[in-house]
Design a protein around this ligand. Structure first.
Ligand SMILES: [Mg+2]
Length: 259
């Protein structure tokens, strides 16, 4: 009995003095909840379906109107038709070397279809509408991108309709080229630059651009949610490069509005 008390007291002392285990540091803690929201929340899926259901309604309305040119839809790829959250999830845990590791991910062709995207684009193609994919993936990822889209069954998944980034990040010249030959009835994207030539606009300028185009959203522009990354995030630190994580954090905090 005496020994038992000794063991119990010893265990209590050890329990009180052993430091709590340290949480394993993550490579990028700031991405954790945004990736989890995108990967797990029913709300994310509902918003994606909502976007594509609205696109379907707007397309049907367009089909009833006369057009002088063949119809087309311009869709962004990442987080608009393809889900790349596996790449972003890995970044939370380990440091990845962009762009090399991103292109390895692209070449794996393992992106999944965003909810509603395949059904909608297939429907549009069945109505004779051409889908153009305008992406800022670079040309080195063209083969893997097309292979991924084809594997999932997306229409127009070929080099004539998948327009990669070449000499400029702006999607406007590519949009204009398509618009020369087609009546573009819808633009689909998750980033302001998928709709408007917003470039490196500041937070305030981006807000003003959306205000200017407020009637286009939900009509000709169909936007999907992406809390993980995009121009909205880069605008928080003025698109600067070579900032330390601490510098970026300071910039993030400088935009926080409280009371
Ligand atoms: Mg995108």
């Amino acid at each position: 009995m005496k020994n038992l008390w000794f063991i119990l007291i010893s265990l209590i002392i050890v329990g009180c003095t052993t430091p709590a285990p340290q949480a394993t540091p993550l490579n990028d803690e700031s991405m954790l909840l945004s990736v989890l929201w995108t990967q797990t929340s029913a709300e994310y899926q509902a918003l994606a379906h909502q976007a594509y259901n609205l696109a379907h309604l707007r397309l049907d309305a367009s089909l009833t109107r006369p057009h002088s040119k063949p119809l087309a839809i311009i869709a962004d790829i990442d987080e608009t038709v393809l889900n790349n959250t596996f790449y972003n999830a890995k970044e939370i845990l380990v440091k990845q070397h962009y762009p090399d590791d991103f292109y390895a991910w692209i070449d794996s062709a393992r992106g999944l279809a965003i909810p509603g995207a395949l059904k909608f684009t297939t429907y549009a193609a069945s109505k004779g509408v051409t889908i153009f994919y305008v992406t800022n993936r670079r040309t080195r990822g063209a083969e893997g991108t097309i292979r991924n889209l084809r594997k999932l069954g997306f229409p127009n998944a070929d080099s004539a309709h998948v327009l990669m980034k070449t000499n400029t990040s702006s999607k406007e010249p590519r949009r204009q080229r398509i618009m020369a030959d087609y009546d573009v009835v819808l633009l689909l994207g998750d980033n302001l630059v998928d709709f408007i030539d917003a470039g490196k606009a500041s937070v305030a300028e981006r807000s003003a651009l959306v205000d200017e185009h407020r009637d286009d959203f939900g009509n000709r522009f169909i936007i999907l949610p992406n809390p993980m990354h995009g121009s909205w995030k880069k605008a928080l630190y003025n698109f600067k490069t070579n900032l330390t994580p601490e510098d970026i954090r300071k910039q993030y905090l400088s935009h926080l509005q409280t009371f």
